[in-house]
Design a protein around this ligand. Sequence first.
Ligand code: BTN
Length: 273
Amino acid sequence: MTDAGPASDLAPEAFERLCGGRLGRPYRWARMCASTQELLRDPSLPEGAVAVAEHQTSGRGRMGRRWEDEAGRALLCSVLLRPKRRPLPQLSLVAALAVAEAIEEQTGCETAVKWPNDVLVDGRKVAGILLEASEGSVIVGIGVNVNQAAEELPATARHPPGSLRMATGRPHDRGVVLAAVLERLEHWYAAWSRGGLHPVVPHVEARNCLRGNEIAVAESAGLAGRIAPEGGLEVRLASGETIVVESGEVELLGEPLELVRRVDVGEHRLVDP
Ligand code: BTN
């Protein structure tokens, strides 16, 4: 890792002016590293430590996949949490909601959440979240496609990828996006720590773009329903039985996802095609 080179909108002197909360202290910035997740594997670091990089050489995605980036274009960040509440996988939804709200605030675009933790704009995946837990701590890895042009995004991505720049037609300051993500994450992490998923789920459900779609997940196939109170995904099987899937990778069986348009928390409808 090195910090030499041209100025960056994620450099400590730029970011520390924007950081108003508990998350982001200390702040570790690298021009290049294997994965920002590794920069936080230090038992002496306190909760709230954040690591970001301009480029990862071995960026990790969910399910053992790689997370590719174009140097200097994406927000690649990891946040160290030491939660007392369980179950830890619920933090996927907490982080997804935080990222979705931050993107909405920064871009004015409507977002959707593809359970459990992808964030979509215009039906394209613009952010993904990876949780890695060990010995009472969780490293929340957040990748947001910020300033990539279409040709700079991985062609092999399982879900059509997009970026904030593609969605808005203008570049975005990654330090400002990061500060917004951390502010929202601090808010929803505190809410979850106090009251569990109860206050979080309605806001995720309002962005649930799987609802009403034919999916396959965890060796089951059926119609995706709502996010269950404990964070699983309800799936209605062909038999008529409704099950709750706790984890897994969702495969869409039908048409590409329609973006959910939010009417109000607790009241949802799918956009007409
Ligand atoms: C996914 O959608 O599969 C999750 C992607 C998570 C990527 C981020 S980028 C910052 C952090 N470091 C990593 O190696 N991965 C996460």
